[in-house]
Write a protein that binds this ligand. Structure first.
Ligand SMILES: CC(C)(COP(=O)(O)OP(=O)(O)OC[C@H]1O[C@@H](n2cnc3c(N)ncnc32)[C@H](O)[C@@H]1OP(=O)(O)O)[C@@H](O)C(=O)NCCC(=O)NCCS
Length: 179
């Protein structure tokens, strides 16, 4: 078993197909072509050619919040193809190390059911701030209707600490919060 960290640009065709299959199975949505993933940083736990678990960090910039601009890494597409064998935790541990070494904030979203998993992997979660994550489409404010929790690890910008300190302030994303 080995854990690879690789750019979306460097995915092989069999890796892309397995990622696509996992995403459509678990999220009913996913990438249609490799080009959709070129700016992602992938974390793949592999046994020979088979991907056991996967996840990605997706650059999100710029986020406008409280008169500041932030660049964070979106935590997305976390899947263990075989559940409850510690494979998901191996991915999240590698992601945690990556964020810690780079000192960059990571932010993702998850349902209530997965909150204990992320906590066990050393991430923080928050329920209240989810409604602050909005974006604009054609000058129209699109509110966040997800009932999710925010999963995060703060880096040197202390992004989520600042968010928690201003619970009424919009976090304006450059894209929908669907990474
Ligand atoms: C969420 C997911 C990635 C977890 O991966 P996994 O490989 O099954 O989890 P692990 O075996 O690594 O579990 C790590 C720890 O979390 C615990 N855990 C995992 N899922 C849990 C859950 N839903 N509730 C409570 N604890 C959970 C495990 O018991 C384990 O605890 P331990 O370290 O004390 O032994 C996996 O369930 C999955 O692929 N789900 C479908 C896709 C999905 O929802 N992804 C998340 C999107 S936000």
């Amino acid at each position: 078993m080995k854990l690879l960290i690789k750019s979306g640009q460097k995915l092989t065709d069999p890796e892309f197909l397995q990622i696509k299959e996992s995403h459509f199975r678990e999220f009913k949505d996913g990438p249609n072509k490799k080009e959709d993933l070129i700016n992602h940083i992938f974390f793949l736990l592999k046994n020979k050619k088979k991907i056991l678990a996967l996840g990605a960090l997706i650059p999100i910039s710029f986020i406008s919040f409280n008169a500041e601009k932030f660049s964070v890494l979106g935590i997305g597409g976390i899947v263990a193809n075989i559940k409850r064998k510690g494979y998901g935790k191996k991915i999240m541990t590698a992601i945690r190390k990556y964020l810690t070494i780079k000192n960059i904030t990571g932010v993702g979203f998850c349902g209530e059911y997965n909150v204990p998993f992320y906590k066990k992997c050393g991430f923080k979660t928050d329920k209240n701030s989810i409604k602050q994550f909005i974006y604009y489409k054609n000058d129209k404010r699109i509110p966040n209707t997800m009932n999710d929790h925010v999963v995060y690890l703060d880096g040197k910008d202390d992004f989520m600490q600042k968010v928690l300190f201003h619970p009424e302030t919009d976090i304006v994303l450059p894209r929908p919060p669907n990474w």
